[in-house]
Every structure is written in C-alpha cells, then in structure tokens.
Design a protein around this ligand. Structure first.
Ligand code: SAH
Length: 217
C-alpha cells in the first residue's frame, strides 16, 4: 500500500468533519465522497483548498458547490445504483462524478463549452465511462433520453423548469435550488404513483440557471 497523500487525508477529514456531523448518513454517498478526487476538478491554484468547507471558483464565473451541499443533494435522491440520472449544470464535473458512483448512468448538460471540455478530460482520466455530457440549455432537459429516475439541477432558478418535471420518471425524485438570484431554497420533488410532493430542505446560494426556463441571459 502506498502512503496516503495529503489529498487523501484532507478528503477523509472532509467526511468526518463536514459531512457526518451534519447528517450525511447514506453509506453509499459517504463512500462516493470518499472515492472521488475532488482536487482534480478544481484549478491547480485551488487544489490545496479542494477539500475545504466552501465553494470554489471553477472558471467562466462559475463555482463548484461546497462538499456538504454536493453530499446533501445526492443523499436526497435515495439512489440505489440502478438509476438513470439527469444533471443540469456540469460545471467542473465533480457532482456528476460523485453521482456516477451512485447510479447506473449520468446524463449531464452544461451551457458553457469551456467547462464541458475540461470536465470530459477529468472523466476520461478517471475512467468514469458512465457519464454522458452535452452542451445545451439544460432547462429543456434531454427529451430523447427521458424519463429519468432522478434529476438534479445545480444552478438556481426562479422555478422548476416544466420540461424537467415532464421528464421525471414515476417513481422519481428531483432536487433544485429555487428562489431569487441571491438566495434560494433547495426543493425536493418526489413523484410516486402519479402523486407529486414538494418539500424544502435548506437555504443555499447557487449561480444562475440561465435558459429558456430559467433566468434570461
Ligand atoms: N455541478 C457543478 C456545479 C455547477 S455551477 C460542479 O460539480 O462543479 C452551475 C453550472 O450550471 C455552471 O457551470 C453554469 O454554466 C451551468 N448552467 C447555468 N444555466 C444552465 C443551463 N440552462 N443549462 C446547462 N447548464 C447551465
């Protein structure tokens, strides 16, 4: 066995100090957070801070969420490993990478070309072959691959885009930050036997969801 790197040590501390005490209990989520090398998804200058308890800039004016928020949004989807998931807002690719350890296949959409290209390189390097990405306005979803067992939106919008609701499987779960451009609440939609329930779990701050069913550009 090789000696653990400082990244490995910081990642383990992230689990013990940021995730477990705040109620991340799903063992599969904890294992995914323990496995995915978050430092590979941030710019070199920020690698030493990759496991800190805060969001980080990822270029093009966008941010990678704080580890706890990634874990929380993943946990509320109740994934078992068989699901087909849609993510809107690939960004660095980190959250898609975490989800790819928790389900069968991740379809991820990003509107900014530069971010997709970089994320794809990291997916290839890690051999995360169950992530399919594309450049598009994700507020219209990915109709040709619908329905999805789970949908996750990692940018904040004024409301849940109608096409995403339409592309959610039954049973299915969706999580998204909904609210104003400064602060939002994480909303969870659960669909079962044709009945939809919406709950609110936490106040958050995400970058804007920009598109036909989000904020105007
Ligand atoms: N999940 C990302 C965090 C992304 S930040 C990660 O793990 O790093 C939010 C991302 O949503 C940004 O990259 C932004 O460009 C993207 N975004 C905003 N509106 C979008 C839209 N309509 N469709 C697809 N991506 C969008």
């Amino acid at each position: 066995m090789s000696r653990p790197s400082s990244f490995d040590i910081n990642r383990e501390r992230m689990i013990e100090e940021q995730l477990v005490p705040r109620g991340i209990t799903d063992p599969r989520v904890l294992e995914a957070m323990r496995t995915v090398p978050r430092h590979l998804f941030v710019e070199d200058a920020f690698q030493a801070h990759a496991y800190g308890d805060f969001p980080l800039p990822i270029g093009s004016g966008q941010t990678i969420s704080q580890p706890y928020i990634v874990a929380l949004m993943s946990q509320v989807l109740h994934l078992t490993g068989t699901e087909k998931i849609l993510e809107i807002g690939t960004g660095s690719g980190y959250h898609a990478a975490v989800l790819s350890r928790l389900c069968q296949k991740v379809y991820t959409v990003e509107r900014l070309d530069a971010l997709v290209s970089r994320a794809r390189k990291v997916f290839d390097r890690l051999r995360y072959h169950n992530i399919i990405s594309r450049i598009d306005d994700g507020t219209v979803g990915w109709p040709s691959e619908a329905p999805f067992d789970a949908i996750i939106v990692t940018a904040g919008g004024p409301r849940i885009p109608e096409p995403l609701i339409a592309q959610l499987a039954d049973p299915g779960r969706l999580v998204m930050p909904v609210g104003g451009q400064n602060v939002q609440e994480l909303q969870v939609v659960e669909q079962q036997d044709g009945v939809r329930t919406v709950s609110t779990i936490e106040q958050v701050r995400f970058v804007d969801l920009i598109g036909a069913h989000g904020w105007p550009n």
